[in-house]
Design a protein around this ligand. Structure first.
Ligand code: GCU
Length: 432
């Protein structure tokens, strides 16, 4: 009896310690304890932010509610998306039809952007399958460290400007400069050859070309905002919406490539760039497949859960990512007239997929899934039927529905082959 009791006490202590060990330490006062998630009520996904109108059909949603939601989220959260510049030019700087061991055309295009305040450019790296008989779908994603870090290919131009200092196991940058030896070092995130062999095009651009992510420093002056004149309300602005704008300018360029099927444009990205992918998909209807990889707080994770990263933390850690208006909601998520499900709903009826990671507590996988689940009523207006449920929060049991997809990869915050395998399977299920 006594031995049994001692064993039980030991087991309980062991279980308690293993649960404790499984949770990360709170670094900034963030919560990782599900029992401390506050009670909350979510804003109605079908209603305008002022609550005065509720859509009962897809037409009302598109005509009345969606524009007001998009206006609200830009005004209060992300800042307004700048307009298309007055002048744009696509300069092919280099092209080869013997890329990736001969299976692809590599085209490096400089996207020139010009408006009243000046000029700027974004360097796009595009691969197209060589023997395609008709225009092909494209997977596009912004990268963190330069186009040369995505594929090990000496012909890829190094970024011409600022590069973020990083300490990935495979790539360390300490001087904010690109380096030759970093070619392909983040290739594990981008299965370029696989995509090309499956008949898809792939494109990428360095996010620093759009807005240098100096995190605590306003980099508007070195970003795309500089093209808008000093008197323009877009002469400066936050980073995330700028990256989304960059994605839209890249889509302008992709649409102009005869080999690309402009009805099949997927936009993805990891983490801050996964959040950017979600924002791009919400604002730009040319994105027909939005793939948010670990999009986290201000991506699809429900802010009212206050789990992991929160609005106050993200704004303090990265003061130039969002509209200063967002600072009004520190600790007052309930006062926002929308939550992240309202943003996801703006992607409807187009395809959307979120990839979470089981150890990405900071990104709140449960909240990330909830952002999709709670958007379902809008997707239903368009006839979608197979909706994700909270039960889909199961490790490596992906959900691939008729409009939405989700999976929880085992492991840490990252973009891995497992994520891509599912993106591809989901795209194929939808006729890509
Ligand atoms: C930080 C930040 C996240 C962001 C992530 C990333 O962890 O707090 O919001 O998504 O960096 O981009 O890797």
């Amino acid at each position: 009896m006594k031995i049994k009791r001692i064993f039980c006490a030991f087991l309980a202590a062991f279980l308690a310690s293993s649960v404790f060990c499984a949770l990360p330490k709170s670094r900034f006062g963030e919560n990782y304890d599900e029992s401390k998630v506050p009670q909350f009520e979510l804003p109605d996904v079908l209603s305008t932010p002022d609550g005065k109108f509720k859509a009962t059909n897809a037409f009302e949603w598109m005509q009345v509610v969606r524009p007001q939601v998009l206006d609200y989220i830009q005004d209060q959260m992300y800042g307004y998306m700048p307009p298309r510049p007055k002048e744009m030019r696509f300069e092919v700087r280099e092209e080869s039809d013997g890329a990736l061991g001969g299976i692809a055309i590599r085209r490096q295009i400089r996207i020139h952007l010009k408006d009243d305040g000046g000029e700027h450019f974004i360097d796009l790296l595009l691969y197209i399958p060589k023997n395609a008989k008709k225009p092909v779908p494209v997977f596009h994603g912004l990268n963190f460290c330069g186009n040369h870090s995505v594929v090990d290919d000496p012909a890829i131009f190094l970024p011409s400007g600022w590069v973020r200092n990083t300490s990935y196991p495979t790539l360390i940058v300490k001087d904010n400069k690109p380096h030759d030896e970093h070619r392909g070092k983040l290739g594990f995130r981008w299965p370029v050859e696989k995509l090309l062999k499956l008949g898809y095009a792939f494109s990428t651009a360095h996010y620093g070309d759009i807005y240098p992510d100096k995190e605590k420093e306003d980099s508007s002056a070195d970003s795309i905002y500089k093209i808008f004149g000093k008197s323009s309300k877009f002469s400066k602005g936050p980073a995330t919406i700028a990256w989304a704008w960059g994605n839209s300018r890249i889509i302008d360029c992709l649409q102009a490539q005869p080999e690309i099927d402009a009805s099949k444009i997927a936009v993805t990205g990891q983490s801050r760039l996964g959040r950017t992918a979600i924002l791009t998909g919400a604002l730009d209807e040319r994105v027909t497949l939005t793939l948010g990889n670990n999009p986290g707080c201000m991506g699809t994770a429900i802010s009212r859960r206050r789990f992991g990263e929160r609005i106050d933390l993200i704004c303090k850690l990265f003061p130039f990512w969002f509209s200063p208006n967002l600072n009004k909601y520190f600790g007052k998520e309930n006062e926002l007239a929308v939550d992240q499900h309202n943003l996801v709903a703006c992607i409807a009826p187009r395809l959307v997929y979120v990839a979470s990671a089981s150890e990405d507590y900071w990104g709140d996988p449960k909240g990330e899934l909830m952002g999709l689940v709670e958007a379902e009523n809008v997707y239903r207006l368009f006839g979608a039927k197979q909706m994700p449920k909270m039960e889909n929060l199961e490790v490596e049991k992906p959900f691939h529905g008729d409009a939405m997809g989700f999976h929880l990869r085992k492991g840490a915050h990252n973009m891995m082959p497992y994520d891509w395998d599912n993106y591809i399977e989901f795209a194929q299920k939808h006729g890509w």
